[in-house]
Design a protein around this ligand. Structure first.
Ligand code: MRU
Length: 351
């Protein structure tokens, strides 16, 4: 199933609505500024790489709707569309990364007709998606080296195919290993409050025929203590230049537990999730969401008194000292992360 694609007439983006899983596989056709923004904000499309891919398609759609053939007017209207879309969610750097790539297309083609620029934007969005497929596949290959037949993996939130293009990041090695005849056992945290683990990770893994057991977030320590986990695999929304990692709220706690129980803790993500301009985790903007997600959503009736104050950060930052390795499409980074990340970026620049 393709989670993000252009409609046949190339005038809209079609996505699998992740808010309705696992009960309904509903596809939404999105076209207007508001619909495209809301899809990111409400998590119809979610997961850092998927947000980046979607943002690229969304910016192509918005560009094709700009009614001018004057470059300066087009450039200004496109910048406004970019600025608007970037406010949808603050933490996953892939949104900003994809927006920058799309903006570069416009800026570097000043002498070209608007109609051709719009076509170049479409090609760039498709390229971003194709590159993500290749990156996920490479991450899966590198991550698979960390597992063996029978490995038991604990994961948090959802970093599978639906959060990317194909394979996923944290789930990629598990899915690839399964294709090669290996058997794994996965513990999936439900991931409060929006239940990406319960709703999406268990759905993806069950569809792939992988042995998956759902646990509540507060059961991870008990499962680790009983010796049932060989490794923790999680995704990432932004990796700072020193290797601190922002990921779904609860990830940092898992890393502390894994360190206590001496279980390797791996972060898997494409190099586009590394924000070299961000020195450390303190500089990562953490999204804070509506308290209704804690009190009301997914309950048949309210579960907390009306008006109770809620604190609902969507992400947390895991200290690089707790991370055994960061698996990217280029291989596995280990401490010291600052040096390894710098070397990776220098190699990429030299290419
Ligand atoms: O709020 P979400 O569901 O977008 O959060 C997603 C995560 O935290 C994922 O672990 C991360 O984006 C990596 S997805 C490959």
């Amino acid at each position: 199933m393709q989670n993000i694609r252009l409609s046949k007439d190339h005038c809209s983006v079609i996505i699998l609505d992740q808010t309705r899983l696992p009960n309904e596989e509903t596809y939404c056709t999105l076209r207007t500024r508001r619909e495209l923004f809301d899809a990111i904000y409400t998590l119809q499309v979610r997961g850092a790489p998927a947000i980046g891919i979607f943002a690229a398609f969304a910016l192509y759609i918005l560009a094709s709707d700009i009614k001018t053939d004057n470059y300066a007017a087009f450039d200004q209207a496109f910048d406004e569309a970019v600025a608007y879309l970037k406010t949808a969610r603050p933490t996953a750097v892939n949104l900003f990364w994809a927006a920058k790539r799309m903006r570069n297309i416009v800026k570097s083609n000043a002498g070209v007709s608007v109609i051709e620029i719009v076509d170049l934007l479409k090609k760039e969005a498709l390229r971003i998606q194709q590159e993500d497929i290749a990156m996920c596949r490479a991450i899966a290959e590198h991550g698979l080296r960390l597992l063996k037949d029978g490995s038991r993996i604990l994961t948090h939130c959802n970093a599978g195919p639906l959060a990317t293009s194909r394979y996923g990041t944290a789930l990629g090695p598990i899915l690839l290993g399964k294709e090669r005849g290996l058997h794994f056992k996965v513990y999936a945290d439900e991931t409060r409050p929006l239940l990406q683990g319960a709703r999406i990770t268990t759905y993806e893994l069950s569809c792939a025929g992988i042995d998956v057991t759902l646990i509540c977030d507060n059961m991870a320590a008990a499962v680790m203590q009983r010796g049932l986990v060989d490794a923790v695999f999680v995704g990432c929304d932004r990796v700072a230049a020193n290797g601190d990692v922002a990921n779904k709220i609860g990830t940092s706690g898992l890393a502390v537990l894994a360190s206590h129980y001496k279980i390797p803790f791996y972060v898997l993500g494409p190099s586009s999730t590394i924000d070299i301009s961000c020195p450390n985790g303190d500089h990562i903007d953490i999204e804070e969401r509506d308290g209704a997600e804690i009190c009301e959503q997914y309950f048949t009736q309210r579960m907390a008194p009306e008006g109770v104050r809620c604190y609902n950060p969507a992400f947390d930052v895991t200290d690089n000292a707790l991370i055994t390795g960061i698996v990217t499409e280029h291989g596995i980074l280990t401490a010291p992360y600052t040096e390894q990340i710098q070397a990776l970026f220098h190699r990429q620049e030299a290419h």
